[in-house]
Design a protein around this ligand. Structure first.
Ligand SMILES: [Zn+2]
Ligand SMILES: [Zn+2]
Length: 247
């Protein structure tokens, strides 16, 4: 199993449209399985990542990242304790907290480099910067009444030994089940098949996924008259400054 670091960057992801277009859906006993494709992983800061990976090995990078986190905590704690114990001015506090952000940024950057290292490392021949993505990455979503899961499968080929490694993981995409809308909201809905008005209701809780700053909501509707099912996806932009990522 391959798990991406929790800082895995989301905008690596897809152009939504491409994803929607390629989606296919199978259904069995109220379980919907969606298969689509996503884009190849994009790595930013490539040249400096290459340099760091060539110079250090994975272990060293991991240790560096941890040291920077510790440094961040130490500076922040030091500043706070100093403020509580002595009468220091506000600007000292602001300066201290700002200074503690610098190692944090370094740590996040190294996490990013580490991700690049893990992606390109060949587990068979042990060579660094060896693997490249091949084939189409697959996005698979499974949704039943209470559960919603998502996995991305990518294929990496080593350019030295030719080994193909299949890696699967959630890639840090935030998913959850939403709540069904009250029937009153669907009063004016028209069934696309029989034209019945107010006969459509949701038959299972919606699937919600957040990719980058987009929230994609998939709702399942069924006509009580003719039984026609309709799956509708909508998309909204997440405003993170107002919206704290909820419950
Ligand atoms: Zn290899
Ligand atoms: Zn109908």
């Amino acid at each position: 199993m391959y798990h991406q670091s929790e800082f895995g960057n989301l905008e690596n992801y897809l152009s939504e449209k491409k994803h929607l277009k390629n989606n296919s859906c199978e259904q069995a006993l109220n379980v919907h399985i969606f298969t689509g494709t996503v884009e190849f992983k994009k790595h930013r800061f490539k040249s400096i990542s290459l340099f760091l990976i060539n110079v250090f090995d994975g272990k060293a990078l991991e240790i560096m990242s941890k040291i920077f986190i510790l440094l961040c905590i130490t500076i922040a704690l030091g500043t706070t304790i100093n403020l509580l114990e002595t009468e220091t001015s506000d600007w000292f506090y602001i300066l201290g907290i700002t200074a503690s952000m610098v190692p944090l940024i370094f740590s996040l950057f190294i996490q990013h480099v580490l991700e690049y290292h893990r992606d390109t490392f060949c587990r068979k021949c042990g060579k660094k910067l060896a693997c490249e993505e091949i084939g189409e990455p697959v996005l698979k979503e499974t949704s039943d009444h209470g559960d919603y899961t998502l996995t991305v499968t990518r294929y990496w080929k080593c350019r030295y030994c030719g080994n193909i490694d299949t890696r699967e993981g959630p890639e840090g995409i935030y998913i959850k089940k939403g709540e069904m809308r009250p029937i009153i909201h669907l009063k004016s809905f028209e069934c696309k098949k029989c034209g019945g008005i107010g006969t459509v209701k949701e038959f299972k809780r919606p699937d919600i996924k957040e990719i980058g700053n987009k929230r994609i909501i998939r709702r399942y509707y069924k006509c009580t008259l003719c039984g026609h099912e309709d799956i509708i996806e909508s998309e909204e932009t997440i405003n993170r400054s107002i919206h704290a990522r909820g419950s």
